[in-house]
Ligand binder design. Structure first.
Ligand SMILES: [Zn+2]
Length: 70
């Protein structure tokens, strides 16, 4: 499985969703590199920074205003 869906043919430049070009049968590869990794390597640091594992954290989350819940 390709890492991202949008592929571009190396031969004719056609965009497609497969790794084989539907126009010329050439090899298509990812049209652009992914901007970030789906595996968030710093998630544990971010959780610690925001205090996610502390007791009061759920109460700090924003909620809907009461007049919007009707
Ligand atoms: Zn092609």
């Amino acid at each position: 499985m390709a890492r991202q869906q949008m592929q571009q043919c190396k031969s004719c430049g056609t965009y497609c969703l497969t790794t084989v070009c539907p126009s010329c049968g050439g090899v298509a590869q990812a049209a652009a590199p992914m901007k970030w990794s789906p595996e968030d390597k710093r998630a544990h640091l971010r959780r610690r920074l925001e205090g996610v594992e502390e007791d009061g954290w759920p109460k700090s989350l924003p909620t809907l205003a009461s007049d919007e819940e009707e």
